[in-house]
Write a protein that binds this ligand. Structure first.
Ligand SMILES: Cc1cc2nc3c(=O)[nH]c(=O)nc-3n(C[C@H](O)[C@H](O)[C@H](O)COP(=O)(O)OP(=O)(O)OC[C@H]3O[C@@H](n4cnc5c(N)ncnc54)[C@H](O)[C@@H]3O)c2cc1C
Length: 456
């Protein structure tokens, strides 16, 4: 069975959703294929959007008609302007989102876009155009084949993904999700050089087991802030954060007086005992024992890496960030780790506010295949196969915003390719998106790439 489209997008992460939306809105009959439709635009790690340089990308995505800013505004449980005391170039918005709500709103939005079909399927094979079809053929795990002159691959951390915690290793695109094993073979057979990269995520804690009275409060902004550009003259208003009833009583805090729509975050610090537990268990850390082969981001080190690299530092700040209004899971910002599970429990319980904490999910590292730099041109299309586009983590980047920005540009350019229009390329001097894509196409990327204002 075969079905024909103008543009096929493989993967519905942050890159894939923007790509499919852009291509469909530009008039292309578009198909978005993804392993799990309930995990669309899922935030694999921190449920937060924006921050230095990343916030700039989101506003550019919004200015170009993308979705990330608007969906963040509607799902933000807290929003703040960072670096307020510094110059405007480095001030940036950062929102803490309700993770489930963000994914739900993205799905609801995409379901309503004309020209766009959403299908749940694992893509196993990709074949280049032949004389008969003049189209790429994408084959799913059930053998169903889809054809299109343009295909955008946005497979994130799923290509030959392997999750690692301590001595335990298992095949995964993310915790609890199957990896995409077959597609890497086809990419390699088509001549694309693959590299192995790595990233990590911290444990998630049960809010009811945290003593919030021993934490420092990090409130959101009192001023209404938003990523989206809204036009009051057209009747548009900044949407207030969607409200799901009063915050659960698991978030009481002495400094909070009654109900407020934004949820606060909290800060705690590591202790000498925390550092000692990690040092005693370094021989069991996959990062140091040689189990992890992929290259990780230097600027986003795991907590074990920080303890080793900054041995003279007596404590590190950790932020406790709620994952949403309707869940009691709390993300521990600053505590990425792949240490064994028993070590994760022990180190966190050495922090006074976390003496009785329960871990709902453990931290882990993930290794995956990405395509080496130099394979795409400034319009996100590959040199080797015209009509094939890559966007997001597959290009060696890390971060939702970096992925969304690339997805948007790949979607626009795939549509233009199919319609015979010239590519849309933003220059370094025009946009942070231009800087990002220029770096990806002209520089060798040796570690997962994230955006900084200093790259401009
Ligand atoms: C454990 C972990 C920790 C992370 N930590 C950080 C961090 O600290 N900081 C940071 O900035 N970023 C972090 N990230 C990275 C961040 O999640 C990604 O940068 C971002 O989500 C990339 O977006 P993407 O669209 O490229 O891919 P993803 O969001 O990974 O989405 C990929 C999509 O492709 C689909 N897919 C994959 N293969 C196939 C296939 N063969 N067929 C059909 N569908 C397919 C998947 O189902 C998924 O929907 C982390 C990711 C993970 C997994």
């Amino acid at each position: 069975m075969q079905t024909r489209y103008d543009v096929i997008v493989v993967g519905a992460g942050h890159a894939g959703c923007e790509a499919a939306h852009a291509a469909a809105r530009l008039g292309c009959r578009t198909l978005l294929l993804t392993i799990d439709l309930d995990k669309l635009a899922h935030m694999s790690c921190n449920p937060s959007i924006g921050g230095p340089a990343k916030g700039h990308l989101v506003r550019e995505i919004d200015a170009l008609g993308g979705l990330m800013g608007r969906i963040t505004d509607r799902s933000a449980i807290q929003i703040r302007l960072l670096n307020e005391s510094k110059g405007p170039a480095v001030q940036s918005l950062r929102a803490q989102c309700d993770k489930r709500l963000y994914a739900r709103l993205m799905k609801e939005t995409l379901e309503r876009v004309p020209n766009l079909d959403l299908r749940q399927a694992m893509v196993e094979r990709i074949a280049p155009p032949n004389a008969d079809t003049q189209c790429f053929t994408v084959t799913t795990h059930t053998g169903w084949r889809y054809l299109a002159p343009a295909v955008i691959l946005t497979t994130g951390t799923f290509l030959r993904g392997r999750a690692i915690t301590g001595e335990a290793m298992w095949g995964a695109g993310r915790a609890g999700e199957a990896p995409a094993m077959a597609l890497s073979e086809d990419l390699a057979a088509l001549g694309f050089p693959l590299v192995r990269l790595k990233t990590g995520t911290p444990p998630r804690l049960a809010a009811a087991t945290i003593d919030f009275s021993l934490t420092e409060l990090q409130p959101g902004s009192d001023t209404p802030l938003s990523f989206g550009h809204y036009y009051p003259e057209l009747g548009e208003t900044i949407p207030p954060p969607e409200y799901h009833g009063p915050p659960a009583p698991i978030y009481p805090h002495p400094q909070l007086d009654g109900w407020r729509p934004q949820l606060p975050c909290y800060q705690v610090h590591t202790t000498p005992e925390f550092h000692a537990i990690i040092r005693e268990n370094l021989h069991r850390a996959p990062l140091f024992s040689g189990i992890i082969e992929g290259v990780g981001p230097r600027y986003c080190p795991s907590i074990e890496d920080k303890i080793v690299r900054f041995a003279d530092k007596e404590r590190h700040g950790l932020f406790l960030e709620p994952e949403g209004w309707t869940t009691s899971e709390v993300y521990v910002q600053g505590c990425n780790t792949s240490l064994p599970e028993d070590v994760q429990w022990a180190m966190l319980r050495s922090i006074p506010a976390l003496r009785n904490v329960e871990l709902m999910r453990i931290g882990y590292a993930i290794e995956y295949d990405a395509v080496a730099t130099g394979e795409i041109t400034a319009d996100m299309q590959t040199h080797r196969l015209r009509g094939l586009f890559f966007a997001g983590q597959i290009n060696g980047t890390t971060g939702y915003e970096e992925a969304a920005a690339q997805g948007l540009m790949a979607g626009i350019n795939a549509a233009h390719y199919v319609q015979g229009k010239p590519p849309v390329v933003l220059g370094r001097a025009e946009a942070y998106i231009g800087v990002l894509i220029d770096d990806l196409t002209t520089k060798e990327i040796r570690e997962p790439y994230r955006m900084f204002t200093s790259r401009a």
